[in-house]
Design a protein around this ligand. Sequence first.
Ligand SMILES: Cc1cc2nc3c(=O)[nH]c(=O)nc-3n(C[C@H](O)[C@H](O)[C@H](O)COP(=O)(O)O)c2cc1C
Length: 463
Amino acid sequence: MKIVILNGSPKGDLSVTMQYILYAKKKIPEHDYKILNVAQQVNNLVKNDEKLKEFLEEIEGADAVIWGFPLYAMLISSQFKRFIELIFEKNLTDAFRDKYTMSLMTSIHFFDNTAEHYMHGICDDLEMRFVDFFSADSWDLLYPKERALWIQFIRIFFEAVETKVPTLRQYPQITTKEFDYLPGEIQNGEKKVDPGNKKIIVVSDSTDENTNLGKMIMRFQKSFSKNIEVINLHDIDIKGPCLGCVKCGYNHECVYSGKDGFQEFWEDKLMKSDVIIFAGAIKDRFLSSTWKMVYDRAFYNTHTPTLIGKQMGYIISGPLSQIPNLKEMMQAYVEIQMANLVGFVTDEYGDSSEIDALLHHLAHKSVKYAELNLIKPQTFLGVGGTKIFRDDVYGRNRFVFLADHEWYEEHGIYDTFPQNDKRAAEMNKKLIPLIKIDKVRNKMDFKQEFLKPFKRVIEDPRK
Ligand SMILES: Cc1cc2nc3c(=O)[nH]c(=O)nc-3n(C[C@H](O)[C@H](O)[C@H](O)COP(=O)(O)O)c2cc1C
């Protein structure tokens, strides 16, 4: 069979993910494997129709397509995302229809689930026959058991292609409805929000006031009694996307530092604001690849949060409620930054006065929260994600991410290791021997016992 691999790594042939393919090729040599470095060559594909045609012919001639990619900021790299956009923009979907497919991703398992959902959704949109995904830890191939598992998996995939197994569409098509948002004037009785000394910033990939997004941003601006800053990402000098070189791991210094304006934008604009609103229009099952590039380039801070304590919100044009995966990423991003999610406003329900009210409320709430410095507790997304980072930076990847390690040490991140919890250690020392005594355990009423310390809080007038 002819297997085409769409390589989503900006590193091209130097991709770790592609080593899994090379290993499969070694172990199962009877197939013809063709790797296309689409992410690395995306600029060329955008500009050069001949090159794009060449790649497309390979895809058309394939028995199966593998989307092979590294995780980049909870998703795929901006370059790979741009390639996907190109397929839809240039109406090249025919080449993919009915092709058997799977995704192979490598990562440290930090939000590999969201990347998987996205990729599967795109395959469904392309009407491909999605068989399964394989999410490997970057280093898995170095271990015999994991190598064997990968080969077992890919053999089953090849069998599925040969025997033409039935596949199920998992993600319903996204539907959009035509709607022109008509922002209303601020009503006489409606009080403008005084930002006080709080710095509010809106960042968007479009401020075109002929679009719903542009109009929503404008209406949001008008909610305030003072001017707030709106930054169009296209006005920032961003020389290019993240290249995955990880030079930033040592000192949080990007290879583009001093060569473009990204770091300045991040540090002088975002990091100096109190309220940050990200605004964008949905493109396929995420925002635009421009937005994705921003998320990827922000990785120069690697695993160190830089927006701690900020109030963050999203103004989105498009059917966000149909893509819970996107909402999850947006929420996770805020939580991982140790910031606070104020909320989302979208235009998807098609009611202008409701959008006006929601935007006004977002303005009001974000300033109020900023004044109170209110940061809600993290959910599983922030708690779990932070622990993955902590363990990886403390352990096997410390030498790569020394800047994170130093920051984690200074900021007590390692204090959260459970073995450093003195209270828990004392409690366990006292209670475990007791609980091992049958008579004590059988008499113990856990429901009552668990409530005892809470009761002390409730009943204490000073607390
Ligand atoms: C910019 C950037 C963002 C990343 N984001 C994630 C992430 O969100 N989750 C994760 O588990 N790994 C993340 N990683 C780690 C890579 O996914 C991992 O190292 C991968 O194996 C690299 O594969 P490649 O060599 O094929 O590009 C990121 C790496 C880079 C450079």
